[in-house]
Design a protein. Structure first.
Length: 104
């Protein structure tokens, strides 16, 4: 009788903790995405000056449309660089964010 009670109690404790674990994992996933987004913005801001100095083709290029497109392209380059491994900034930012969330 005691063994069955302990097992059912353990099962209840596990069932109670699972939502908390799932919520923690979801927060960790959101935190990782935020860290990757931060690295993408950082990389984009680092490579933006390279594209500002490029000349545009007068006949088919230039204007406000190209300015908008170019900034979007640089942002996407930053995202793709992070997806390919990045520069390691997201790892450090992620660790710092987790420590801040845990209050350490």
């Amino acid at each position: 009788m005691y063994g069955e009670s302990a097992i059912s109690q353990a099962g209840m404790n596990l069932a109670y903790r699972q939502p908390n674990v799932a919520a923690k994992n979801a927060r960790a996933g959101e935190t990782w995405e935020a860290a990757k987004d931060f690295e993408a913005v950082f990389i984009s801001s680092m490579i933006q000056p390279m594209f500002e100095s490029l000349e545009t083709d007068g006949m088919f290029g230039g204007g406000q449309g190209e300015k908008v497109f170019r900034s979007m392209m640089v942002q996407e380059y930053g995202r793709k660089m992070v997806d390919a491994g990045g520069i390691g900034l997201a790892d450090k930012v992620y660790e710092a964010m987790l420590q801040a969330q845990e209050g350490k």
